[in-house]
Write a protein that binds this ligand. Structure first.
Ligand code: BES
Ligand code: MN
Ligand code: ZN
Length: 486
């Protein structure tokens, strides 16, 4: 699943293609002694993510664009790694000499990590249902560089990319085959491989735990729900405890408030939150961070069987609050409510949830930015934003306005599951979730409805699942500081 990546002092003779990087500013200097007439003619200008093959002195060269020197960051190296393996897809053995380009602008280890991530993210193809094998022949990349720090960075990058690719596989797998039971089975595999503790609640256990939200959403389905809890414990004393929560709707048909056929087309991706949480758990099992991490994954599909939850039905949630379900397509918040209650009961130092929660968030921020909401005043949201900044997984702050909270008032229950008709759907969804987080626990909600899935390839991502959130979560965990109140 990972490319064999090793550090070398010189690109070995058997490498069939070598990647050399150049910033767009340096193109005018015609570096590396290449045929720049040809490169220019083919449109190469050093833009980030570009790769163009030309003849070199010893072997073919893939010239990799890093974009403007002034904007150079790890994201350029990640995209260069992906561009190299895509340009060299016909070759088994590649070389790369790119780390000197990091210069002062980027820490060399950060550049190496990002390049390694890009390599494994760039070769990814979802092959589970294709009759012919993978199109990429790339097996190994020899990277010019040396030192323990750089070699550790490559290992880190590959561990993280394995987590992202695991998430992509889960999200890309159709709802008919990646059922809640199958998701839980795969979580069990991750737990065994990573020596993580796991507990899978089946239907009876979910009933016993009174997870009314999960049960309400599952009522229209012939597939049983599952609720997966997983725990990572550091070998030494834990420096903190973080809870991860991920929305795991294995397919969202909308329930009786049925979606349109176009709206349903990509709804196998509605498990992207839980999938990112599982991918991050797989990665940290390899990386060994110093904090305790508990993961909560509520899993069900949202179908419209004969006994499906009807608009107007009232559910009693884990935390005893009652919810009037006026739109069965606002189901994510119902299963997350129970998960956030359980996460709160574990008394962590902070909670973060990831969810493909609202189309409104896509309207607001498009498909490259996730919406970030939650508890103000503890620095927790700033930690999440900083992790997004460092990893290139873009998040943007949105408010949770108290003045919108009355929109959730219900005539018959404690709260209803949709807001009014004046827009702001991402915010009212966030306000709904807030009702289920125990007061005093710093909480971040990341709406990934936009960036989790893409119909077009971009940057280091192919079509389909991006694996968004894994890199952010891993970085957040590794740099975790217990949030302190004001
Ligand atoms: N899973 C969807 C949100 C979604 C939409 C994710 C588009 C990815 C792309 C969610 O369950 C949903 O249907 N939300 C509704 C909420 C509404 C009924 C209040 C929505 O956004 O329309
Ligand atoms: Mn829905
Ligand atoms: Zn949904």
């Amino acid at each position: 699943m990972s490319i064999e990546l090793r550090l070398v002092s010189k690109v070995p003779a058997r490498a069939e293609l070598v990647g050399l990087a150049v910033t767009s500013d340096a193109v005018d200097e015609e570096p590396h002694g290449l045929d720049w007439k040809l490169l220019r003619a083919s449109g190469f200008d050093g833009s980030v993510g570009q790769a163009e093959i030309v003849a070199g002195p010893e072997r073919a060269v893939a010239v990799l664009g890093l974009g403007p020197a002034a904007e150079l960051g790890s994201s350029a190296f990640r995209q260069a790694g992906a561009a190299l393996v895509r340009a060299g897809a016909r070759f088994g053995s590649l070389g790369a000499d790119v780390l000197d380009q990091a210069g002062e602008a980027v820490d060399r280890a950060a550049a190496a990590q990002a390049f390694a991530e890009g390599i494994d993210l760039g070769v990814y193809e979802f092959m589970a249902h294709k009759s012919n094998g993978a199109t990429s022949k790339v097996r190994s990349v020899a990277l010019v560089g040396s030192g323990k720090r750089i070699s550790a960075a490559l290992d880190r990058g590959q561990a993280i990319a394995r987590g992202v690719n695991l998430t992509r596989d889960l999200v890309n797998e159709p709802g008919g085959s990646l059922t809640p039971v199958e998701f839980a089975r795969r979580a069990g595999k991750v737990a065994r491989q990573g020596r993580l503790a796991i507990e899978v609640l089946d239907l009876a256990a979910i009933k016993k735990a009174r997870l009314g939200g999960v049960l309400g959403v599952n009522r229209g389905s012939t597939q049983q729900p599952r609720f997966v809890r997983m725990t990572y414990k550091p070998s030494g004393r834990a420096q903190g405890h973080l809870a991860l929560v991920g929305k795991g709707i294995t397919f969202d048909a909308g329930g009786l408030s049925i979606k349109t056929s176009a709206g349903m087309m990509t709804m196998k991706s509605d498990k992207a939150g839980a999938s990112a949480v599982l991918g991050a758990m797989a990665a940290i099992a390899e990386l060994g961070p110093r904090i305790r991490v508990s993961a909560f994954m509520p899993l069900t599909d949202n179908m419209l069987g004969g006994d499906a939850t009807r608009p107007g039905d009232v559910l009693k949630m884990r935390n005893k609050k009652t919810v009037e379900v006026l739109n069965t397509d606002a189901e994510g918040r119902l299963i997350l409510a129970d998960a956030l209650s359980l996460a709160s009961e574990a008394k962590p130092d902070a909670i973060i949830d990831l969810a493909t929660l609202t189309g409104a968030c896509v309207v607001a921020l498009g498909d490259r930015y996730a919406g970030l909401m939650g508890t103000d005043g503890t620095g927790w949201l700033e930690q999440v934003a900083a992790a997004g900044e460092r990893t290139g997984e873009r998040v943007w702050r949105l408010p949770l306005p108290a003045e919108y909270r009355p929109q959730l008032d219900s005539n018959v229950a404690d709260i209803k599951n949709i807001g009014g008709s004046n827009g702001g759907g991402a915010l009212t969804a966030g306000l709904f979730l807030k009702e289920f987080v125990v007061e005093g626990i710093p909480w971040a909600h990341v709406d990934i409805a936009g960036p989790a899935f893409s119909d077009t390839p971009f940057e280091e991502h192919p079509k389909g699942a991006t694996g968004f959130g894994v890199r952010l979560l891993v970085d957040l965990i590794e740099n975790f500081q217990k949030p302190v109140g004001e």
